[in-house]
Design a binder for this molecule. Structure first.
Ligand code: CP
Length: 300
């Protein structure tokens, strides 16, 4: 694993090795040492969890970070090309972790520089480090990744987290319910991938009638910023709100996950139930991202 750009780049064995490494890091059985190593965090879109958990991960390993939040105070404003900016940052950093609104930007960066590149989200395309922390959270709550029934709800069209997670869980034989308004349904290329792998999925548009047989309900925000036409956003916003009173017949092992941030799609009355797992899920991002950096920078 030289870069981490898409879940499709990882084998099942590599995913499981990464999960085991994250678990050993959390348990203190592996203590990676990143002394004198620098991670460049290039974030051209807002972030709370991804940026700060990568920053935390690097600091927990005694490494350092340099951070670019947007291009406002950089020489990109003087006309420097993106390629030259990347090449320059690669002179300072041992690893580049990048979020961009442009699909394919991380792949492009990995072709320009020699240091490892991690995709921290590229437009509506992929968010592989989120998928890996989601898998780690699923193992912790379900004991295994194999043969689970997973509901993905909300913005399945523009939601990069659900694209990466569907591809990742398909490797482990998951069965899916895709719960969304038709305007926001799962892209055909993901469904084609699942068809090729013989993975079962059904599509529906109602949360309440579709959760009692699930192991995991993974809820996503309807992302205003991805809509070209604000009228389209107005038509679908608030389509789904998960409330505590919908959870009376769910399975004992059932958990609600969300990559966060949320707007109103999970009512706060769910937060105090045994089913809510979205804040521990965010914490798992630190261990998973420590493991990603450790393995990309040659840790055993
Ligand atoms: N889950 C996630 O990517 O959150 P941020 O946008 O806050 O990084």
């Amino acid at each position: 694993m030289k870069n981490l750009i898409s879940m499709r780049d990882l084998t099942k064995e590599e995913i499981l090795h990464l999960m085991e490494t994250a678990s050993k890091i959390e348990a203190g059985k592996i203590v990676p040492d990143m002394t004198r190593k620098v991670a460049a965090l290039l974030f051209f879109e807002p972030s709370t969890r991804t940026m700060f958990s990568f920053d935390t991960a690097m600091k927990r390993m005694n490494g350092q970070t340099i951070i670019m939040s947007g291009t406002k105070n950089t020489s990109a404003k003087k006309g420097e090309t993106f390629a030259d900016t990347l090449e320059t940052i690669a002179q300072y950093a041992d690893i580049i972790i990048m979020r961009s609104p442009t699909e394919g930007a991380a792949r492009y960066a990995s072709e320009v520089v020699d240091v490892p590149v991690v995709n921290a989200g590229d437009g509506a395309n992929q968010h592989p480090t989120q998928a890996l922390l989601d898998l780690y959270s699923i193992i912790k709550t379900q004991g295994s990744l194999e043969n689970l029934k997973i509901g993905l709800a909300g913005d399945l069209r523009f939601g990069r987290t659900v694209h990466s997670l569907a591809q990742a869980m398909a490797v482990f034989g998951a069965e899916f319910k895709f719960i969304s308004p038709s305007f926001l349904e799962m892209p055909q290329y993901i469904k084609d991938d699942l068809d090729e792998m013989g993975i079962k999925y059904e599509e529906c548009d109602d949360v309440e009638g579709n959760i009692d047989d699930l192991d995991i309900l993974y809820v996503t925000r309807i992302q205003r910023e991805r809509f070209a036409d604000p009228e389209d956003y107005e038509k679908v916003k608030g389509s789904y709100i998960l409330r505590k009173n919908m959870l009376t017949n769910v399975k004992e092992n059932f958990k609600v996950m969300h990559p966060l941030p949320r707007v109103d799609e999970i009512h706060t009355d769910v937060d105090d139930t045994e089913f809510a797992y979205y804040f521990p899920q965010a914490k798992n991002g630190v261990y998973t991202r420590e493991a990603i950096i450790h393995l990309l920078l040659g840790g055993k």
